[in-house]
Design a protein around this ligand. Structure first.
Ligand code: 5GP
Ligand code: MG
Ligand code: MG
Length: 181
């Protein structure tokens, strides 16, 4: 099938994202002020830009690890069934952990991952998502910190893709199909 053309309209600027991360990091540093070493867990692949900016703003001793959960594939709808495709390299028992996600949409992915990691008995487990679409929620879950609440729009950029494209946009934009008017 030929690819359907689309455009990306800016929704959240790079500057607004940077300012929000600065203020979130003040709260996170306060929460984890006493930690020996915080394990920052990025959910691949959408959080890779967010986590890079986040950790450089957090002057705490940290380790970085990654976990990959199954996602949309190349579709625009959630699959609801969450599978772990790549697990953490390190154990987190007794550790302070911050899980970093790009978007909470239906809530299935982050809620599944948080419950899984909680079962490994970390000392403290918190979660942060850059974006939240509360109107789409199907499970009762809220991240401890949210960058921005957004309406029910399909977004790309700042690490987030549409069929693996647009991850390198420095801002968050929404996808629009001009042939749909
Ligand atoms: P949930 O399990 O909460 O429904 O979905 C979470 C995942 O779906 C996010 O981590 C993200 O990968 C993907 N997702 C949700 N909304 C969007 C969106 O607007 N654009 C893109 N590219 N992915 C999204
Ligand atoms: Mg994701
Ligand atoms: Mg994706």
């Amino acid at each position: 099938m030929p690819e359907r053309p689309y455009v990306v309209d800016e929704m959240i600027s790079a500057k607004a994202i940077a300012a929000r991360i600065e203020s979130l990091c003040r709260e996170i540093k306060h929460e984890f002020a006493t930690t020996d070493k915080l394990v920052v867990v990025g959910l691949l692949r959408g959080s890779f830009v967010f986590i890079a900016d986040l950790v450089r703003e957090l002057d705490l001793p940290i380790e970085v690890d990654f976990l990959e959960a199954s996602s949309y594939g190349d579709a625009m709808e959630s699959s609801r069934e969450v599978r772990i495709l790549k697990d953490l390299r390190s154990g987190i028992e007794g550790r302070d952990v911050l899980v970093v996600e790009d978007i909470v949409d239906t809530g299935h992915t982050l809620s599944h991952v948080v419950h899984l990691l909680q079962s490994r008995n970390p000392a403290r487990l918190k979660s942060i998502a850059l974006l939240d679409k509360p109107s789409r929620r199907e499970v009762d879950f809220r991240a401890d910190w949210i960058g921005f609440e957004i309406p029910d729009e399909f977004v790309v950029g700042y690490g987030i893709d549409f069929a693996q494209r647009n991850r390198n946009l420095p801002f968050i934009g929404k996808v629009r199909f001009p042939d749909q008017a």
